[in-house]
Design a protein around this ligand. Structure first.
Ligand SMILES: [Zn+2]
Length: 316
């Protein structure tokens, strides 16, 4: 039985370290950087119970919550200044409260010198479980690392989605996300798991995400038994794309479900006024897989009404 060491980094930020003493991958598992996304927290506590008897080689560091104050208030952002921590990596020791917090997280991860990173997130209650593979924007990232990411993702049982094309990836500051920074600065395979609904502790989603993590660890030979997720992904390789946006605020009534494949120009749903008058139709601009639909029925003007994945690789 391997022993877990708990280390407090600062004010509520805690990591658990589990080592076998046998040479193998050094894995970092992070959760709850978005404070209202709690499934990953439950996955970490489940892994803390199971890994001491399952881990055969290498070592694992687990962070149950990267945003403990956001967790208490059920806020996506960092409560002190309202910023999205997952767009600020590697942080700044002299910057704002969130930049300093991110700097502390990043220093702790970077000093550990990991070989692999899994970051646990959730999406809308109307979504399918998927795994995002970050975009290589640094020349120091080898193709072997990208192949390794795809290989691991195939073992996760989750639908595989490569990130936006580079201009959108940069526009959304995704190279400053934790997984984007791990890939592009450390040059290590790094995966973002999007499993389950934010704000809800959904039992099935905890199981799917825990199985995904254990299956990927098993694929790297880290466990003393073979593990394969029983979840069935939507086959194929997909690329994250922008869903069409609304031109009116109103009630969005979807015509499709998460997990549906849609054709170009297919109706995704309609926006109605609160009096029941149809304001507009929302149609897909390309053939796609519907990854998620909005959690709230009232949508704003210029809001994207879905997260879609394209089947065709977008331009770099
Ligand atoms: Zn998130």
């Amino acid at each position: 039985m391997n022993r877990i060491q708990k280390k407090v980094i600062h004010s509520g930020l805690v990591m658990h370290h589990l080592e076998t003493g046998t040479k193998g991958p050094k894995l970092v598992i992070t959760a709850n950087i978005h404070g209202d996304e709690c499934i990953g927290f439950a996955v970490v506590v489940s892994l803390l119970e199971r890994l001491p008897s399952l881990l055969k080689k290498g070592e694992v560091v687990l962070y149950p919550s990267l945003n403990p104050t956001g967790l208490r208030r059920m806020m996506r952002t960092y409560p002190e200044d309202g910023q999205d921590l997952n767009r600020l990596f590697p942080g700044d020791s002299q910057g704002s409260a969130s930049q300093r917090h991110v700097h502390t997280i990043w220093s702790s991860i970077e000093n550990y010198k990991p070989d692999l990173l899994f970051d646990l997130h959730t999406d809308s209650p109307l979504s399918i479980p998927y795994v995002i593979l970050d975009r290589k924007i640094s020349t120091t990232v080898s193709n072997t690392v990208l192949e390794e990411m795809e290989h691991l993702a195939r073992h996760s049982g989750l639908t595989i989605v490569w990130e936006y094309r580079t201009p959108d990836y940069r526009r959304y500051k995704l190279e400053k996300s934790l997984s984007g920074t791990a890939l592009n600065r450390l040059g290590i395979p790094s995966l973002t798991l999007e499993v389950g609904p934010r704000r809800f502790m959904d039992r099935d989603s905890i199981t799917i995400a825990t199985e995904a993590v254990l299956s990927m660890m098993s694929a790297r030979g880290m466990l003393n038994e073979e593990y394969q997720s029983s979840h069935q992904p939507v086959e194929g390789i997909w690329y994250r794309g922008n869903g069409p946006v609304t031109h009116h605020a109103g009630v969005f009534v979807a015509s499709v479900c998460a997990g549906d494949r849609v054709e170009r120009n297919q109706l995704l749903g309609k926006v109605y006024s609160s009096t029941g008058v149809e304001l507009e139709e929302i149609r897909s601009h390309f053939p796609a897989l519907v990854l998620s639909l909005p959690a709230q029925c009232w949508v704003r003007e210029l809001q994207s009404c879905s997260t879609l994945a394209l089947e065709v690789r977008p331009e770099p």
